[in-house]
Design a protein around this ligand. Structure first.
Ligand SMILES: C[S@@+](CC[C@H](N)C(=O)[O-])C[C@H]1O[C@@H](n2cnc3c(N)ncnc32)[C@H](O)[C@@H]1O
Length: 221
């Protein structure tokens, strides 16, 4: 069964998702199906989504769901750990790494407030697996002032994402206005969908341009 089928046929605890998100989920998290994975869900909600991730990812997956609401503790089971805390609290995030080890994938479906989204990303991104995936959903809130967003507002995660496109390409910026850093050398892809941002990491990114082939077949361009 596809993840989307699991969602639309769900009769268990409620899951709160937009239909088009499933295209991104299957595309970026599909590689973890059936594999050992530590999957961090920020925002447990009603507990249905962590059940969905568990069923889809399979018996080797460890789902770690965090929420600020203590009522979510009841959603724990043999594959789902729930920890109560604030997604913007670095000490709390570090306690998850201390307890569960390296996190492979993150889905941020928490408060959707820009300060919280940024705090979680800034703490976790460089600490997740070197081939990890970091997804942030419901980023329509990046355009909404009540979530600390707004078009052109530097606090907006979508504005930050636009700037990070330059960080991703920093090796090619000749005027020194963008300096290559950890993000440049550890990020293989940034993908944007309506309301979803995705960052994918790779441990070694071979960026050396080469021309390989029979040199006699070369044309000038
Ligand atoms: C949209 S719901 C999550 C829905 C769930 N992932 C699903 O797909 O059905 C957002 C959750 O984030 C939690 N939340 C809000 N602020 C938070 C914060 N600062 N840290 C952690 N969780 C937070 C809320 O309590 C709520 O349960």
């Amino acid at each position: 069964m596809s993840l989307y089928e699991m969602f639309i046929n769900n009769t268990g605890r409620p899951i709160h998702k937009s239909g088009h998100y499933f295209f991104a989920y299957e595309r970026h998290f599909g590689r973890y199906v059936g594999k050992p994975v530590t999957f961090l869900e920020i925002g447990a909600g009603n507990g249905g989504s962590s059940q969905m991730w568990k069923r889809w990812l399979g018996p080797l997956a460890r789902i770690v769901a965090i929420d600020i609401n203590p009522v979510c503790k009841q959603f724990e089971d043999e594959q789902v750990a729930v920890r109560i805390g604030d997604q913007s609290d670095a000490a709390f995030l570090q306690s998850l790494i201390d307890e569960f080890g390296t996190i492979d994938a993150v889905i941020d479906d928490g408060s959707h407030h820009m300060a919280h989204v940024s705090a979680s990303f800034d703490y976790l991104y460089h600490r997740i697996a070197s081939n990890g995936v970091y997804m942030i959903e419901d980023m329509h809130t990046a355009y909404w002032s009540e979530y600390g967003g707004g078009r052109g507002d530097p606090r907006s995660m979508i504005e930050r994402f636009k700037g990070m496109l330059d960080d991703l390409n920093a090796d090619h910026v000749r005027d020194g206005t963008v300096v290559p850093g950890h993000f440049t050398h550890r990020t293989i892809a940034m993908t944007a969908y309506d309301s979803i941002l995705v960052f994918e990491k790779a441990p070694l990114i071979n960026k050396v341009m080469k021309i390989i082939g029979d040199d006699s077949l070369r044309v000038n361009y």
